[in-house]
Design a protein around this ligand. Structure first.
Ligand SMILES: NC(=O)c1ccc[n+]([C@@H]2O[C@H](COP(=O)([O-])OP(=O)(O)OC[C@H]3O[C@@H](n4cnc5c(N)ncnc54)[C@H](O)[C@@H]3O)[C@@H](O)[C@H]2O)c1
Length: 260
């Protein structure tokens, strides 16, 4: 059999939240580029379907990333199946819509547990494995334009993404001596279930987003996967501690653009 070719040939990746949306696009792209990919997700049905599509290059680890021990178990399962781990993509994330005056502390905690604490736990477990292997690695954290912008009814989400940017920096400087690079991606509005639930509920909401998007369209999950591929692979070899924003121009725009 011909040896797999591609920009991630021979690499093993663990991608959280890989059963749907952006994570699934990343898993597909990584496998297409020659990687072996472990998909960590709590959605067993969608995860199994994606593994069936991707074949022997993919495996599913069903877990709630926020549970204690989930990160260690997922890294162990990846190593058991594919022998090592070279790339971690921390991508699983949720939103909770409520005003600042009404949100419960328990809902705040739940979002932070999945969107931030799990990134730390998976980052630490994967980095420990990479350090033991002794030849470096790459970690990509999924942030958002909401790391630096704010939506009134997305309180814990905004907080979690701001913290992911700082987590990315502290991981980058802490792990640099081990040859582990850590970067983040801060997408604008990408056409997925999460975006539909959180900010695309009505035509008015969609128009509001378009009025803030110079490229005048939603992003496609595959366009975020392209950035993940760049950050995971050797083409970004001198990049660490950075956030790249595939946002259709959102962060560059002051005021709004006229529609119609
Ligand atoms: N879609 C956007 O517009 C957008 C914009 C910026 C950032 N992001 C970020 O991209 C990431 C992926 O978002 P998406 O739009 O693809 O969402 P999505 O809802 O389509 O997919 C999220 C995936 O994560 C999984 N997941 C959620 N909580 C989990 C948990 N506790 N344990 C295990 N798996 C869990 C879900 O099962 C699902 O497969 C998130 O971190 C999100 O904040 C999305």
């Amino acid at each position: 059999m011909a040896e797999a070719l591609g920009r991630l040939a021979g690499k093993v990746a663990l991608v959280t939240g890989a059963a749907n949306g952006i994570g699934a696009a990343i898993a597909r792209r990584f496998v297409a580029e020659g990687a072996l990919v472990a998909l960590a997700d709590r959605d067993a049905e969608a995860g199994s379907a994606l593994v069936a599509e991707l074949g022997a290059s993919a495996t599913l680890v069903v877990c709630d990333v926020a549970e204690d021990g989930a990160a260690t178990r997922a890294v162990e399962a990846t190593v058991e199946r594919f022998g090592r781990i070279d790339v971690l993509v921390n991508n699983a994330g949720i939103t909770h819509s409520a005003t600042f005056l009404e949100i419960d502390a328990a809902d705040f905690d739940r979002v932070l547990a999945i969107n931030l604490r799990a990134y730390f736990c998976f980052g630490q477990a994967a980095a420990r494995q990479m350090v033991a292997q002794g030849d470096g690695g790459t970690i990509v954290n999924m942030s958002s334009v909401n790391a630096v912008l704010a939506i009134p009814d997305q309180v814990p989400y905004v907080v979690s993404k701001g913290a992911v940017n700082q987590l990315t920096k502290v991981m980058a400087v802490s792990l640099a001596d081990h040859g582990i690079r850590v970067n983040a991606i801060g997408p604008g509005t990408i056409a997925t279930e999460l975006a539909t639930r959180a900010v695309l509920g009505s035509e008015a909401a969609r128009r509001k987003i378009m009025s803030r998007t110079p490229l005048r369209r939603l992003g496609d999950p595959a366009e975020v996967a392209d950035v993940a591929l760049f950050l995971a692979g050797s083409e970004s070899s001198y990049l660490t501690g950075q956030v790249i924003y595939p946002d259709g121009g959102r962060l560059a725009l002051n005021y709004t653009i006229a529609l119609d």
